[in-house]
Design a protein around this ligand. Structure first.
Ligand code: ADP
Ligand code: MG
Length: 317
């Protein structure tokens, strides 16, 4: 498989209709955005040795590369439409490409997203995906809409992916649910779209719950409290010492659940939306007039977590 063969293969297996305006093969894609919609665009890169271990199954790499981008669309309440794939490959290895495309297909399944272009270069393995989604004009869910008195909710337990990663790095076999969270995170697209109508603010948990709720607090000029006793746990975290479990739930990144804030009166509708879209709506705290994120113990005292989230080089993960 040479470069042109590679592009043709990707276009055939993942693309919008080939040759059509929005398809692959011309100098650029021409995308139709309905007049009453806005385009939401987000991009994320995965670099071998930094974001995934070298030798990782290409199916897992492809899945994750697209899923984390779809999660950003979910957090913005956008409906996925197109994506662009910038691939840097050390060599064009047909088996690797087929596995990678299979992972992309799996992540795209049911989301409506189509490959509309990209670029291919040679060098150390790295993947950049840019996703485009559509929202009704003015209806994107942002980080800056939280209001004091809002409830803070989350779409599922956190800390699982980080737990699996630590296990793998230390040569232990991760629990099944933790490994699933790491390898097959589910972008909460349907729930995110529902939150667009029901919530004031939202973010996907990629850096860790505390860090990401902190982003909402800062962007909204509010504070937030997390009640430690309300944090959902999971089977795979059950056997851990309490302190370690709490620190994973609060600081572990990479789970791609949605964290959001909403009026208390919207909560019943939010719970229904979660049920209908295959996730959970778990109330974990509230928005305050203060600043920063406080973690409260059951007795009302403040809990000081060991680590607040995943950062490298001071930028986001
Ligand atoms: P140009 O030299 O004009 O930039 P390219 O040869 O880079 O054109 O790309 C030709 C076509 O193939 C374009 O439509 C581009 O979007 C598409 N393409 C190139 N690489 C990829 C890729 N990795 N994934 C999807 N489409 C790609
Ligand atoms: Mg090019």
């Amino acid at each position: 498989m040479r470069e042109f063969g590679l592009i043709e293969y990707l276009a055939d297996t993942l693309g919008a209709s080939r040759g059509a305006l929005e398809g692959i093969g011309d100098d650029g894609a021409v995308l139709d955005v309905p007049a009453d919609r806005q385009l939401v665009v987000s991009t994320d890169s995965l670099v071998e040795g930094v974001h995934f271990e070298s030798g990782l199954d290409p199916v897992d790499i492809g899945y994750k590369a697209l899923a984390v981008n779809l999660s950003d669309l979910a957090a913005m309440a956008a409906v996925p439409a197109w994506y662009f794939l910038n691939l840097t490959l050390p060599a064009i290895d047909q088996r690797w490409v087929e596995g990678f495309a299979k992972g992309l297909r799996k992540a795209a399944e049911g989301s409506g997203i189509r490959l509309a272009g990209g670029d291919t270069t040679s060098g150390p393995l790295s993947i950049t995906i840019t996703v485009c989604g559509l929202v009704k004009r003015g209806a994107a869910l942002t980080r800056s809409g939280a209001r004091p008195g809002d409830i803070v909710g989350i779409s599922g337990p956190t800390g699982l992916a980080a737990c699996a990663l630590a296990d793998l790095q230390q040569g232990r076999a991760p629990a099944a649910d933790c490994l699933r969270a790491l390898r097959r995170p589910q972008p909460r697209l349907g729930f995110g779209q529902a939150l667009g109508e029901l919530a004031h603010s939202g973010i996907d948990v990629s850096d860790g719950l505390l860090a990401d709720l902190g982003h909402i607090a800062r962007a909204s000029s509010v504070g937030a409290e997390i009640e430690l006793a309300r944090l959902p746990s999971a089977t795979g975290l059950g056997a851990l010492p309490e302190q370690q479990r709490r620190d994973l739930q609060l600081g572990g990144g990479d789970d791609y659940e949605l964290c959001f804030t909403a009026l208390e009166s919207s909560w019943p509708a939010i719970e229904r939306a979660a049920l209908e879209t295959g996730c959970q709506a778990i109330r974990i705290g509230q928005v305050t007039t203060g600043e920063g994120v406080q973690v409260l113990l059951p007795d009302g005292g403040e809990y000081t977590p060991a680590r607040r989230g995943y950062e490298h080089g001071g930028s986001d993960g």
